[in-house]
Design a protein around this ligand. Sequence first.
Ligand SMILES: Cc1ncc(COP(=O)(O)O)c(C=O)c1O
Length: 381
Amino acid sequence: MIEVADRLHTVEEYYFSKKLREVNLLIASGKSVINLGIGSPDMQPPQKVIDALTEGLLNPNAHKYQSYQGLPELRQAIAGFYKAHYNVNLSPNTEVLPLMGSKEGIMHISMAFLNKGDEVLIPNPGYPTYQSVTKLLEATPVFYNLDEANNWLPDFKALEKLDLSKVKLMWVNYPHMPTGAQPSQYLFEELVAFGKRHNILIVNDNPYSFVLNENPTSILSVEGAKDVCLELNSLSKTFNMSGWRVGMVVGNNTLINNILKVKSNMDSGMFYGIQKGAIEALKCSEMWFVTLNSVYKKRRDLVWKLAEALNCTYDKNATGLFVWAKLPPHIKAEAYIDLILKENHIFITPGTIFGSQGEGYIRFSLCAQTEDLEEAIARVK
Ligand SMILES: Cc1ncc(COP(=O)(O)O)c(C=O)c1O
């Protein structure tokens, strides 16, 4: 028997990978399950993006290895996107690194900056990958609680009371998944100051800023942020391109070069046609966002109704691809979603997969057609 590495014992199979097997068994037994679990956009990317990919296929150079840093035009398009939407200046040649999704960046950044035993500040609730990657690298997760009473924002007074001497990296994710909490400029300023005070690399994971959000912002818009901050971003949710695997990390040249050192040893450049499609996506006009969000708005109205039918409460000011809903008192999230799956054949994510602070909450995805959402409401009623 071949023994696995010790590090593999620090993580479990991803929740959705396990749970979807159960959901698929139900489907195979003839049940029509409405999946409101995963945030995988179901709409099409812009047509010009698909056209650029198709055209890219015909280029004789398309099939060769591509640059580790991506096409210069892609880096320029990313810099242009950051200027147009966040008013952040980036040098396309030195401060931008295209990635195969922002999830990939979480591993690359961690490999570039963490030693065994380093501590990492991770939001609870938060995206589970921050924790699993930290553990895989034998660094130590230190969870910081986000609380509804504090609008799901970090409590800096509590953070300052911790022994931060071993903390090397802090993950933040605003707009926040799963709660949909929005950042203010003041929050970003506080984070930059906190990072500088304690010499902690602050990484804002920012894939949701264009979904149901009137005011997309970047932590790099804060003066001096580039000294201690990086930002991850992604085309997955903004342009319905999650399967394409296109993301980016942006920040100062020294930090980016260290990430490139890891990345260039792990993979080669992104497929040419995908880069050509991504360039077109990044150049989309305001109309794209308006159209995308008009669909999500209609879906969210229905999800709010569904949440109410399940006796949940929610925050109408929250942003993003999900509705984060609070269960009635004393109801446990996992037991409740199992019951709804069994009785109504609707799959919803329990808040606990995002950490202990997610107990008492469930997360609905907006990646479902209005007919399915109407059907879900009918089933619950
Ligand atoms: C907070 C957060 N970060 C990163 C990702 C990964 O996105 P990508 O498709 O860009 O790898 C997700 C995807 O669900 C996410 O919710």
